[in-house]
Design a protein around this ligand. Structure first.
Ligand code: ADP
Ligand code: ZN
Length: 435
């Protein structure tokens, strides 16, 4: 039988042994963390010693680490080794104030590349694949993270970076790209450029797999991407604070993402009480790095909302899976007393064939109260400026949105390509009510 695992022993480790391994690794991580200015103080404050860590549940004796902690201790406050040993840094976008910076030694980079290689392998990608990375390079981890992971797997890699769709298509066709990585929101635009040039990615490329991640997206969006490109799309989860991509990934069954629990300790907590939620319930994902030396992070509050899927996966990997990310707790907005996640709007829009892939939610405050406008681009195949026809469709969408979010927003269908585009992660909500 063909080799299905990148690291068979680790990936199929029975859960009891996996937990034993986690405890062993945790003690080492804590001992290292204690070398940093930040954690030595945190541990001293609660009188905690790394050797006190005996079972996985002891994690609850430790306080959480937040993005604010990382910012306040920027750039070296969490470093556990000499600066001479650092070989790379990445950081989050940090448009206001300090970003959260992550520092890597050589071991950390090897371990990260290995996890990305393991993730790609789990989807069925192999050394013989030709991999094109359509993600931004530079400080954003999706560039170099996938680059070194794909090289470790042995793929010929094309560091195409983000944007420049015509060149992406040329590279894909000239080099016979078989798998590629992108933020999901870019793929609709790329597809449009294929069509404008009289090409169909289903026939005119050799794509078999797309890795899509870095932003929340719905199952409906995945289905659309698969239909547009005629290949499989795999959900990829990562975040800078946890290295970058390669924290969680779907296997060949596309049945939600395995979190690589030999390297990340996973908890789901209630974001209000910070107590663990019963298994299978939605809460905030909290992660501890188990294999990072230069800058371990303990009980990091990701703000991402998801749940654990406890049932074992058909693939035989024992790492548990998490459900598609519902959104970040800070993405949620409240309007007319209703809690809304952008992904709820996306799910409804993507079910409607007349609607293309881009949409924008604008929130305004008026003397009559708050308003929510959903603008969605019409699909070029269904473009019309016949007002009565548009109005009927807008009303239908507004009704369906109301069933989902419990009040009726304004809906406006706009011509294809007319909404603002970003390079990298898509901006889906403009909240003009703040400040
Ligand atoms: P920034 O915080 O600057 O956006 P990151 O690139 O590190 O920087 O973003 C990580 C975040 O991106 C995650 O915390 C999560 O909210 C989101 N994310 C990453 N992958 C996925 C995914 N597959 N599905 C949904 N959200 C994702
Ligand atoms: Zn699986």
């Amino acid at each position: 039988m063909e080799n299905t695992f990148w690291q068979p022993e680790i990936e199929t480790l029975p859960r009891k042994e996996l937990e034993k391994l986690q405890v062993e690794k945790m003690r080492k991580v804590l001992a290292r963390a204690q070398q940093s200015a930040f954690y030595s103080k945190v541990f001293a404050d609660i009188g905690f010693k790394p050797e006190d860590f005996k079972t996985v549940d002891d994690i609850r004796r430790l306080p959480f680490t937040t993005k604010d902690n990382l910012r306040a201790n920027y750039p070296f406050g969490l470093l556990t080794c000499s600066k001479d040993d650092i070989v790379r840094m990445h950081c989050t976008s940090g448009t206001t104030g300090n970003p959260a910076a992550v520092l890597y030694n050589r071991h950390d980079l090897d371990s990260w590349a290995n996890l990305v290689a393991r993730s790609m392998f789990a989807t069925g990608a192999r050394a013989s694949d030709i991999f094109q990375n359509m993600s931004g390079y530079g400080l954003f981890t999706g560039g170099l993270g996938f680059q070194y992971g794909a090289e470790k797997l042995g793929c010929m890699t094309i560091p195409a970076a983000a944007g420049n769709s015509k060149r992406q298509i040329k590279l894909m066709r000239d080099f016979g790209t078989t798998c590629a990585h992108s933020v999901p929101s870019y793929l609709g635009r790329l597809h449009a450029v294929f069509l404008e040039n009289g090409l169909d990615p289903k026939k005119d490329t050799q794509l078999k797999r797309l890795f899509i991640g870095a932003e929340p997206h719905s199952e409906e969006t995945r289905q659309r991407i698969q239909e547009m490109f005629g290949c499989k799309a795999f959900n990829s989860f990562g975040m800078t604070e946890m290295n970058g991509p390669g924290v969680g990934f779907e296997c060949q069954y596309q049945a939600e993402m395995h979190i690589w629990e030999d390297c990340y300790l996973l908890e789901i907590v209630d974001p209000e009480t910070l107590e663990p939620v019963p298994e299978g319930e939605i809460g905030e994902m909290v992660i501890t790095t188990l294999d990072r030396q230069a800058m371990p992070v303990i009980r990091y509050r990701t703000r991402d909302l998801t749940r654990i899927i406890a049932e074992p996966c058909k693939c035989g990997r024992t790492a548990r899976r998490i459900d598609r990310i519902k959104g970040r707790s800070d993405d949620m907005f409240i309007i007319k007393g209703c809690n809304v996640f952008p992904i709820q709007v996306e799910r409804i829009l993507m079910k409607i064939p007349n609607v293309a892939n881009d949409y924008l939610i604008t929130l305004n405050s008026t003397p009559e109260g708050d308003t929510m406008l959903v603008e969605a681009e019409l699909h070029p195949d269904f473009f019309t400026d016949d007002y009565p026809q548009l109005r009927t469709l807008q009303q239908k969408i507004a009704r369906e949105l109301c069933d989902e979010i419990l009040f009726t927003p304004q809906v406006k269908l706009v011509p294809p390509g007319s909404l603002p585009k970003t390079e990298g992660k898509a901006v889906r909500v403009k909240d003009n009510r703040k400040g």
